[in-house]
Structure formats: structure tokens, C-alpha cells
Design a protein around this ligand. Structure first.
Ligand code: ADP
Length: 222
């Protein structure tokens, strides 16, 4: 694996991108850049961006392309991403964002190395998202069985474990519909340039992680 690799990960909501990106970023020692996490921090800190994004996010909509492109452009110019690469999680989500990312990486003379589609069928992600609970402080994901003691305290940091505001049935369905409409065309976008590696995201987190590292290794040998 080349040091400082630049990855993007596509996949439906609930495909396991967040969980796997944390592991991949440790494994390959590259920063994990999640646009969803950046927006949630902005919402929590009530910044101008957070105030503008909150309603859109809670309803399961997409924040405007120009805002998102500005945020990612600024983030990828920072020293750590320039020298150590990155795993970009949650961006690009539209063809316009993918085109802008191409321009940004061209401008920095640092093209993408790996594009992964973490593939999980819609029926399965619906089940996963309904049971998903998240630590408000550190973002660790949990699966609810319904038998947890309340308040539910995070094993990792002691924060509150709750359901995400956008994990309501309406917002989940809206996000999945938007994924099919706006994000799935990116599979063709990257597939045409022969950059895409599809990884089956069904399995335990360990099994999926093994599939991902094998796929990354194979894509480097191409
Ligand atoms: P999920 O993939 O489960 O929707 P994320 O944490 O990736 O979760 O994103 C949460 C929300 O943040 C999205 O539903 C959307 O409103 C907003 N968001 C994140 N990334 C983008 C993006 N690249 N473009 C537009 N909106 C985004």
C-alpha cells in the first residue's frame, strides 16, 4: 500500500462506511474525513453552517453542493491530508461533487488512488439503520436490542448513546431514495474511468474489513 493513499468510499446509508472508515484510517494511518461528522459537529456547536444544515439533515435531505464542495476543498488543502492522504466518507454524493473533487485533486496534483463501493442491499440497510444507536460524543455505533438500560452510556467514552435525529423511518427512506437518485450514478462515473472496486458489505465488521483490505491490496497491483 502506498503511504499517503487517497481513498473514497461510496455506499448506501447503513452500509457500514463509518465503522469501516474508522478501521481503515487506523490500518493505513490516514485521516478519516467524514462530511456527516463535520456537519454534526457544526450543528452541535451552532455555527452558521450548523444552523443552516440542521433542518435539511434531520429531514434526510442533502446539504447544497456549493457549501459541501467548499468544506471539502478547504479540508483537503490542510497539511495532514496533503501529506498523509485521506479516506473521504460521505463525499462525493452527487455528480457535481464528484466533478468538483476531480478538479480539486487535479489542482493539488494528487489524484485519487482507491474508489470503493461498499455494497449492501437496501432491505438490509433498512434493518441496520432502524437498530442503529450512536454515541453523541465520540460517534461509536451500536446495535440496539431493545433491552438496554436507559440512559445508555457509551463503553468507549461515557457519552450518551441515542438514536440519530435522522434515523427516523421517514428520513431513512428519504436518504435511501436520494442515494439511488443522486449518489448511485457515481458508481458509473468512477466505473467508466476503471477506478472502482466493489466490495460486498454483507457480513460481520471483521469479515467486511478483511474483504476491504484485500480489495485495496488488489487494486494497488492493477
Ligand atoms: P448517512 O450517510 O447515513 O446519511 P452521513 O453521516 O454521511 O450519514 O450524513 C448525514 C447527513 O449530512 C446527510 O443526510 C446529509 O444531509 C448531510 N451530508 C453529508 N455529506 C453530504 C454531502 N456530501 N452532500 C450533501 N449533504 C451531505
Amino acid at each position: 500500500m502506498i503511504p499517503g493513499a487517497r481513498f473514497i468510499i461510496l455506499g448506501r446509508q447503513g452500509a457500514g462506511k463509518g465503522t469501516q472508515c474508522v478501521r481503515l484510517s487506523r490500518h493505513y494511518v490516514v485521516p478519516h474525513i467524514s462530511t456527516g461528522d463535520m456537519l454534526r459537529v457544526a450543528v452541535r456547536e451552532r455555527t452558521e453552517l450548523g444552523l443552516a444544515a440542521r433542518e435539511i439533515m434531520d429531514a434526510g435531505g442533502l446539504v447544497g453542493d456549493d457549501i459541501m464542495i467548499g468544506i471539502v476543498d478547504e479540508r483537503l488543502r490542510r497539511d495532514d491530508a496533503r501529506s498523509r492522504g485521506y479516506i473521504l466518507d460521505g463525499f462525493p454524493r452527487t455528480v457535481k461533487q464528484a466533478e468538483a473533487l476531480f478538479d480539486i485533486t487535479e489542482g493539488l496534483k494528487k489524484p485519487l488512488d482507491v474508489v470503493i463501493d461498499l455494497d449492501v442491499p437496501r432491505e438490509l440497510v433498512l434493518q441496520r439503520l432502524s437498530a442503529r444507536r450512536v454515541c453523541r460524543d465520540c460517534g461509536t455505533n451500536y446495535v440496539a436490542s431493545g433491552r438496554e438500560r436507559q440512559p445508555w452510556i457509551c463503553d468507549v467514552c461515557g457519552g450518551d448513546v441515542t438514536q440519530r435525529d435522522d434515523d427516523t423511518p421517514e428520513a431513512i427512506n428519504k436518504r435511501l431514495d436520494l442515494y439511488e437518485e443522486q449518489t448511485s450514478p457515481l458508481i458509473e462515473f468512477y466505473g467508466e474511468a476503471d477506478r472502482l472496486t466493489v466490495v460486498d458489505g454483507v457480513g460481520t465488521p471483521d469479515q467486511v474489513f478483511n474483504k476491504l483490505t484485500l480489495a485495496v491490496g488488489a487494486s494497488q497491483k492493477k
